[in-house]
Ligand binder design. Structure first.
Ligand code: NAD
Ligand code: TYD
Length: 357
């Protein structure tokens, strides 16, 4: 099947994994990646693509908030679908500076919808066009000990990040109901894997263990996340893009619920084995319980039965194996790590963790 797709935010963590994986599994797909290259977007994430994949890939630097830029782009090129990853994505940053989140996640999504609607109408409103909006389970707020998020769980976001994503989800659905734009929305749980920026829990802890730095655990460490390997997420997104029902939402999750402290212990154990540390040299001695994140959601857990039943997708990676692969990837890619940790990154670490001690 031949398709030309615009991916937004393709130079970030999930977007770059998505582009690499989709070029490989879908030889008929051509992908254009529109990315502003913020601190989280890195051209290195898409370097060294195989030659036949390079021929089907193109990069466009630009900002989804720039209406004129989007209009020009869609006048020059036509797309069979748009897969929208571009966002500010880190909860802690949204607490320190919410404005960027409102700008990109709310206003940027709005500008992108406007431009897509105009292109879609200009092309005769094709029914096989898709706008796939990538969102998060954080829009549902926090769970207690029991229960799961379903597609019908009411929205109840806690952080400026999740509130801005909730807002973008509503806009996307409104563009379907009001203007008929063929949209599908996904809400996914926490991802882990290669190319994740080392401000998020798993890569931050892996690198701090390697470098024998403090391992900051917020609050009592008993908050629970439902972890999904990034390639499982990417495969779910291709499935929803090709088979999802217009106007529908699909929750995506791996069914691997873990307390943060359990993950940190596990990473210490796996890395200690590789680094030959034990006894009083164990990396566990680096663990520091620090001031909690304000508004910290206690538990996330996804009910993924709709996508499994209706579209036939199911997570296939086992956590214990995929986390080991992730550790190996970071150990083998310290040049990538060093190149993404700019002066700005060091300032962020000082600012976020300096205040928590
Ligand atoms: P990321 O922060 O790693 O990457 C975001 C990308 O968007 C970067 O390449 C950045 O340069 C680009 N970008 C930011 N602002 C832009 C703008 N104004 N115009 C164009 N590009 C811009 O994020 P991620 O972790 O890869 O997440 C991707 C998407 O998936 C986000 O929408 C996020 O909300 C969603 N999501 C993430 C997770 C997760 O665990 N990481 C889970 C569920 C959903
Ligand atoms: P994070 O990776 O920021 O993802 P999210 O907030 O989107 O779930 O955090 C995952 C969990 O780890 C979350 O409960 C907060 C916690 N956490 C820490 O305990 N220490 C840290 O340094 C970070 C970054 C996160």
């Amino acid at each position: 099947m031949e398709k030309k797709i615009l991916v937004t935010g393709g130079s970030g963590f999930i977007g770059s994994n998505f582009i690499r994986h989709t070029l490989q599994i879908r030889p008929g797909f051509q992908i254009r990646n529109l990315d502003a290259l913020t601190y989280a977007g890195n051209p290195l994430n898409l370097e060294n693509l195989p030659v036949d994949h390079q021929a089907r890939y193109g990069f466009i630097q630009g900002d989804i908030c720039d209406a004129r830029f989007l209009k020009n782009l869609f006048e020059q090129e036509t797309f069979d679908g748009v897969i929208h990853f571009a966002a500010e994505s880190h909860v802690d940053r949204s607490i320190h500076g919410p404005e960027a989140f409102i700008r990109t996640n709310v206003n940027g999504t709005f500008q992108l919808l406007e431009a897509c609607l105009a292109m879609w109408k200009q092309n005769g409103s094709p029914s096989d066009f898709r706008f796939l909006h990538i969102s998060t389970d954080e829009v549902y707020g926090s769970l207690g000990k029991e229960g799961y998020f379903t597609e019908k769980t009411p929205y109840d976001p806690s952080s400026p990040y999740s509130a801005s994503k909730a807002s973008s989800d509503h806009l996307v659905k409104a563009y379907h109901r009001t203007f008929g734009l063929p949209v599908v929305v996904t809400n996914c749980s926490n991802n882990y894997g290669p190319y994740q920026f080392p401000e998020k829990l798993i890569p931050l802890i892996i690198l701090n263990i390697i470098e024998q730095k403090d391992l900051p655990v917020y609050g009592d460490g008993k908050n629970i996340r439902d972890w999904l390997y990034v390639i499982d997420h990417c495969e779910a997104l291709v499935t929803v893009f090709l088979k999802g029902v217009i106007g529908e939402t699909y929750n995506i999750g791996g069914g691997t619920e873990l307390e943060n402290i359990r993950i940190v212990h596990l990473l210490c154990e796996l890395l200690d084995e590789k680094l030959g540390r034990s006894g009083k040299n164990s990396s566990k001695s680096l663990i520091r319980f620090v001031t909690d994140r304000p508004g910290h959601d206690r538990r996330y857990a996804i009910d993924a039965s709709k996508i499994e039943r209706e579209l036939g997708w199911k997570a296939r990676f086992v956590f214990s194996e995929a986390i080991a692969r992730t550790i190996d990837w970071y150990m083998d890619h310290m040049d990538w790590v060093n190149s993404v940790r700019s002066g700005d990154y060091r300032k962020w670490i000082e600012n976020n963790y300096g205040k928590r001690k």
